[in-house]
Design a protein. Sequence first.
Lengths: 459, 459
Amino acid sequence: MKIIYELIDIVGKENILYDGQEKERFTHIWKTDLPLQALAVVFPTSTQEVAAILKCCSSHKQQVIVHGGLTNLVGATQTQKEQLVMAMDKMNKIEEIDEQTRTLTAQSGAILETLIDAAAEKDLLLPLSFGAKGSAQIGGVVSTNAGGLRVFRYGMTRANVLGVEAVLPDGTIISSLKKVIKDNSGYDLKQLFIGAEGTLGIITKVILRLQEAPTSRCSALVGINDYEKVVRLLKFLEKNLGGLLTGYELMWQATYKAMTSAPSELPPPIDQNYTYYVFIECLGSHAEQDYQRLEELISQALENDLIMDGILAQTERELKHIWQIREDVSVLAALAQFDQHFDISLPISILGKEVDRAMQALEKLPFVECVFPFGHIADGNIHFIVGKSNNTPETKQAINDIIYQNLAQYNGSVSAEHGIGLDKKAYLNTSRSAEEMALMKRIKQTIDPENILNPGRII
Amino acid sequence: MKIIYELIDIVGKENILYDGQEKERFTHIWKTDLPLQALAVVFPTSTQEVAAILKCCSSHKQQVIVHGGLTNLVGATQTQKEQLVMAMDKMNKIEEIDEQTRTLTAQSGAILETLIDAAAEKDLLLPLSFGAKGSAQIGGVVSTNAGGLRVFRYGMTRANVLGVEAVLPDGTIISSLKKVIKDNSGYDLKQLFIGAEGTLGIITKVILRLQEAPTSRCSALVGINDYEKVVRLLKFLEKNLGGLLTGYELMWQATYKAMTSAPSELPPPIDQNYTYYVFIECLGSHAEQDYQRLEELISQALENDLIMDGILAQTERELKHIWQIREDVSVLAALAQFDQHFDISLPISILGKEVDRAMQALEKLPFVECVFPFGHIADGNIHFIVGKSNNTPETKQAINDIIYQNLAQYNGSVSAEHGIGLDKKAYLNTSRSAEEMALMKRIKQTIDPENILNPGRII
C-alpha cells in the first residue's frame, strides 16, 4: 500500500512492522494476549517523525491508534485491522533532570518507574505511583491523567505536569515546554492534552514537577465499624498531621478478608471482623517525630472510640506487609471465573451508603459470586471488583446498571482514574451532561476534523 | 435601543444601568477612576439570566465585557462605549460549605475574602491568598487562574477548583459541578474556562477544594548575599520541613531597603545590607514542634554559611511585621512619579542572573528612577515595580524590552499570574509559539465564533 512506503520513508524499514509482522506484537489488552490486528505498527524515534507520520495519515485519512505501555483498563488500545498503530516505545529518553528547578524532562515513551528511579537517584520524588508503573509509559500516564496512591497529597498526574509537547492530527507541533509552576500567558494548552486519551494530539515530551524526597515513611492500619467514623478519622488526621498525610485508603470487610485469607499468603495484621479497614501513610522528614505523632493520634483515636483497633508498622517488613494487602488486589480478580472492574468517584459523605446499596443489590444477582470494594477514599474514589460466573453482555449490563445507578444524582464520576476509552462510552452520560458532551465533540472536531486520532474513544 | 429593552425584559429595570446611568459606575482600572464608557451595565442575578443575556447578545452580535472585582492589572476590564458590561456583583451567594467533603460552592460574584472567612468559621482553609482578596470576585479569580502567596504548597487557583459552571457565548450552560478530586470522564472542560480571562465563557458558579485549617504558623526572615544560596536554602528547607513549608518569598536589597526606610513606617527586622532577603512561612499542626524545627534549621543554615543572618517571629506582632514588609508593596509604587509593573516567571536557576541583567540595563535609562524586584521565588515568579519620570509609550516599550528580552530563550512567561488582558498582548509571543497562538485562536473561534465575549483579550 502507498501509505506504507511513505511511512517507511519517514521512519525507515527498521521502525515499522507490516505485512503480517505486526502480528508479532501482542495486543496486551487486560487478560487477553491475541495477535495485534492492524495495518502496521510504526515506531517513531523523534517528535519530527511523529509529526511527519500524522501529516501523512491526515492526507490519507488514515486512522491512528496510539500505543503506550498498554496498561489501560478501558479498551483504549484496541485496534481494527485497517488502523495504523503508533507505538511510542522508541521515544524513551530522559532528556534532563534539573535538580535546582526540580523538574524532569522525558520523551513520552519512557517508562514511569524508570523516571521514578532516575529522580530518586537525585534524591527527588516523582509522586506518581500506581500498580502498572513498571510498564506504563509517561505519555500514556499524562494522556489518561492517571491517579494512584498519593493523589490526596500530590494531586493527579495533571497537577504534576509543568510542560507538554504534543503533535496535532495535522502534524502541527505544539510545544508548551515550560519548567515554571506559574504561567498565565494565554490559554493553558497543555490541559487540552492531559486526560484527553490521545484524541486531540499525541504527546511526545513532558516536563514533570519533582518534590524533595521524603526521608521518613510511617504507616498504620486501623479497623472501624462505622462509615461516619471513617470520614471523621480522615478529618482528624489531616487536621493533626499537617502536610504529612499522603495516603488514606479504605477496604471493606469482604475485601480485607479475601486479601488476608488463603489462597492469599498475607496474614491479617489485625482482626478480620471489622466493617472497614483504613490504610494510613505519612511521608515526612523527621522519622522519630513523625512516628511519635502518628502513634499519639492513633491512640487518641482509640480512646475516643473513633477506631476499634489499630497497629503501626514498626519495621520495613511490616510496612511492606500492610501495603501489599492494599496493593496486590490481582488476588481478588483470581477468586472468580470472570471479573468486572469499576472506578467510580462520589463525594466521601455519600460513598458509604452508595457502596452498601450496590453490594446489597449485586448480591441478589444469581451470577454474582463476590463483590470487593476498596480504594482511595480520601479522594472520593472507590474501585469495585465484581466476580461473576458468566461474562454475557446482559450480565455486564446488569452489574453496570447497579453500580452506576446514582452517579448522576450525586454528581459522581463513572471514571475517577481509568478514563472512558471504548468500554465506558455508553455510560459517559451518567457523569456528563448533554451540553458537556456536545462541547467535547466540538473541541474534537476543531482539532481533529478528519477524526483520525484514536477515533471512537471517549465520544 | 432594541437590545436594551430585551435586556430589561431579562433582568428587570432594577438590574441595568443605561442612558447615562452607567457613568455612575467607575472603571476602577489600576490608578484611574474615570466614568465608565459602555452601552449599559447589566447585573444578572442567576445563571439563567446570564444565559438569556448572552443569547440575546449573540443574536445582536453585541460585544460583552465581564466585570468582576475590577482588580486585574492588565487592562482586561477596559471598555468602549458601544460594549455591554456584565457585572457579576449580584451573584454573590455562598451556596454551601460541605465540611465532610471539604468543599465550598459559591456564585461567581462572591468576594474571595468572604469565602476565606466563611471557610475559616468552619475551621477550614481556602488557601487562595493575595493582596486584592478584599475586592476580587471568585469568578475573576478563577477566570484569571490567580496565584498569590501560597501557590508553592497549594498550587494556583486551578489546583483548588473542583467544579465550574459557565455560560458559553451562545447561552449554553456548561455545568461541571463536581465535588470529587478525581474525574476522568472525558475532557476536563472546566480547565477551558480557568485562566481564559472570560474569553470562552462566563463563569457563574464554582466549587472550591478546602483544606483543614492549620493550627500553627511560623515565619522567619533571613539575609543572604549569594543567589545560589537562595536556591540551596529552598531545597534545604523543603527537604527538612516535609509538607510544612508554605511560603518562600524573595526580596532584593533595593526593595527591602525601600520597604523598611521612611516614608515606610516599618523598621527593618534585620540589617539592610544583605543582597537578598527571604521570607519563610510554615503552616502546620503542632506549634511547639514546628517552631523548634524551623529554629533548628535556621541555625543550621547559619552554621553552614547558607545564610548571613536570620530571625524567627516570636509573637503575632513580629509575624505581622515581617509579612507587612513583603505584602504592603504599594509603598514602592508611591516612590516614583509613574510606575510600571511586571509579573514574569523563569526557572529559579536562571532568575538571579536575569534580574541582575535587567536591573543594570534599566538603571542606564535616564527616565528610570528606581527598580524594585521581589516575589514568589519558589514558584519561579518575580514581580518588578519600575519607577520612572514619564509615562510615554517609548518609555514603556524601552522598559518592557529589557525585562522581556530573554523570556523566549529561557522558556519563561510574560505573565506568571496577572494574565494577558489587553496590556500584554503585544508580548504574548515572548512566551508562546506561533503554533500555540494559532491553536488558542482556533479554540476561541470554535466557542465564540462571533467574538462577542471579552473580545480582544489575550489574542
